[in-house]
Ligand binder design. Structure first.
Ligand code: SF4
Length: 403
């Protein structure tokens, strides 16, 4: 089958006991049927222990309260794996952070950025990881039921063009306007594509003036759609509303990096009026981007990764606009965390990676929270709030944090 595989996929190796974070905290872990069967048949003290640890309404979860998994040992390793072997670990733990989606005629293979090592690989390597087209056997069961070769072609071609759009000239990397134009192009294209598919005029998306690069060129001129509104940065009030969702409660550990960063933001902004706060925020972002080109590069890499990992899902849900709005939110939230962290501490590439994976863990695996955050961002963009299908990445779709 045709597979679009992120270059990082084959490079990844879990850091296990050497990992500076852990993926054994904060997730509800669904125990798949096959593993549960093995657990029910296991005799001895370990069998009893595993069965007693099953919880949730159907007794098919470990770590149902999303605290720290009781099998996470002091050495940082999983005690189930150490004592019994991987076959007694839930499938989701065996596969994480690998994410494979089988769309019937093509598949995607990615890694989830909630793993700190994946975020680090993304931000620390010399060049951006590409999406490799290859031919592989895919065992994963089919995801969705769409069967439309023409639409598949449209989605995969526009995905390539969107990635191309992110290769900005080196001199533009110091200017926040660069990202603003990119995000305007993304939303303008996605709105056009959404309307076109709703009108069943998909062929328009294969013409030159119906493709992402056309919208990108348009956004470089005075005719940029919705030019009076900033998509990068989003207003500080929008970001304030986003962190005042349950987002700031996703990691309850004392001194969690994300919560400390939010605290530092509050110290700086809480006593300011909305107008003052917005002025300060805009100048902080401009200085932040101008000081160091690796910061814009980190944001562009994150956006590219989002296009590589999540854009293909449009083949199933036809939600171009949902993709664009979520991408605008993700880029702005990552910016928000980096700028506020940088006020107090040195923002090294490793710290950027830690913030990115913490953001992904908090915001991208809790469907209720995603919907709330999505609705807030819609208030600041020229889009209607839509009841859109929101799906968690497959690796964690059922192991998401408690809402
Ligand atoms: S967060 Fe990533 S590197 Fe760390 S233990 Fe989990 S899978 Fe391994």
């Amino acid at each position: 089958m045709k597979v679009l595989k992120n270059e990082l996929f084959d490079e990844f190796k879990c850091l296990a006991g050497e990992c500076p974070e852990t993926c054994c905290y904060g997730w509800r872990i669904i125990v798949d049927d096959k593993t549960k069967e093995r657990i029910l048949e296991k005799d001895g003290i370990w069998g009893k222990c595993l069965r007693l640890s099953l919880s949730g309404p159907d007794k098919n979860y470990f770590n149902y309260d999303s605290g720290s998994c009781i099998f996470h040992g002091m050495s940082g390793l999983c005690n189930i794996q150490k004592k019994l072997g991987a076959e007694y670990m839930p499938e989701i733990c065996r596969k994480y952070p690998r994410e494979i989606r089988n769309y019937g005629t093509f598949a995607t293979m990615n890694l989830d950025l909630s793993c700190i090592h994946v975020s680090d690989m993304l931000l620390s390597r010399d060049k951006r990881p590409s999406l490799i087209e290859c031919d592989e056997e895919i065992e994963r069961v089919r995801h969705g039921s769409n069967d439309d070769p023409q639409f598949e072609e449209i989605v995969l071609t526009s995905q390539k063009e969107l990635i191309q759009m992110l290769n900005v000239k080196p001199q533009l990397i110091y200017d926040p306007v660069t990202m603003d134009r990119i995000l305007h192009s993304l939303l303008a294209y996605c709105q056009y594509a959404q309307d076109t598919v709703l009108e069943h005029k998909d062929m328009k998306l294969t013409k030159d003036d119906g493709r992402p690069l056309y919208f990108y060129e348009l956004c470089k001129t005075d005719d940029m759609p919705d030019a009076g509104r900033s998509y990068f940065p989003l207003p500080i009030m929008a970001l304030n509303r986003l962190i005042n969702t349950q987002f700031d409660m996703q990691d309850s550990r004392p001194f969690s990096m994300i919560n400390r960063t939010i605290e530092w933001y509050h110290h700086k902004f809480d006593l300011k009026t909305e107008i003052e706060g917005q002025k300060v925020w805009k100048s902080m972002v401009t200085d932040f981007i101008r000081e160091d080109p690796t910061r814009m590069e980190a944001l562009l890499r994150y956006l590219q990764y989002d296009v590589q990992q999540c854009y293909g899902e449009i083949y199933e849900n036809y939600s171009f606009v949902h993709f664009a709005v979520s991408a605008i939110m993700h880029v702005n939230m990552f910016l928000f965390l980096m700028v506020n962290y940088n006020r107090r501490k040195k923002l090294t590439p490793q710290k950027m990676a830690a913030l990115l994976s913490a953001y992904e863990r908090a915001a991208c695996h809790n469907l209720g929270l995603q919907k709330d955050m999505y609705a807030i961002v819609c208030d600041y963009l020229p889009v209607q709030k839509m009841a859109v299908p929101i799906s968690a990445p497959q690796t964690l779709e059922s192991g998401s944090q408690q809402s």
